[in-house]
Design a protein. Structure first.
Length: 127
């Protein structure tokens, strides 16, 4: 009876652990001003096409940002590739105009990353 309970506990732990782990891929880049200087503290937001998920990153002292985006990995049994995801991406920083890319197709990779740099125009943030 003790072995049976132990096996059930181990199976339940494995199911919970696998449900909690997600595969993550990176979207990285640099945010620049019009003369090519990096912008520190810019907010980069990715919102899924269905509006259910949003991800936010801030640029560091070198103007770099990294968004960690979840994905479903390639399935060897079905032969299906990792899911492409569609995001609306917005970049904003004080003293600069907001820049957006609608319907950006993100192709996730377990071993790599996609890169997307932005240049912001000087001016007020506009809606």
């Amino acid at each position: 009876m003790r072995i049976y309970i132990l096996v059930l506990v181990l199976i339940a732990s494995a199911v919970i652990t696998s449900a909690q782990t997600k595969d993550i891929s990176k979207l990285t880049g640099i945010v620049y001003d019009p003369v090519g200087s990096v912008i520190v503290g810019a907010k980069v937001t990715a919102i899924s096409a269905d509006g259910k998920d949003s991800f936010i990153a801030k640029t560091d002292e070198n103007g770099n940002y990294t968004l960690l985006l979840p994905y479903t990995p390639w399935n060897m049994k079905s032969g299906l590739a990792a899911d492409e995801k569609v995001y609306d991406i917005t970049v904003e920083s004080q003293g600069f105009q907001r820049t957006s890319i609608k319907e950006f197709v993100f192709i996730p990779s377990q071993f790599g990353q996609m890169r997307l740099d932005f240049g912001l125009r000087v001016g007020k943030i506009q809606d």
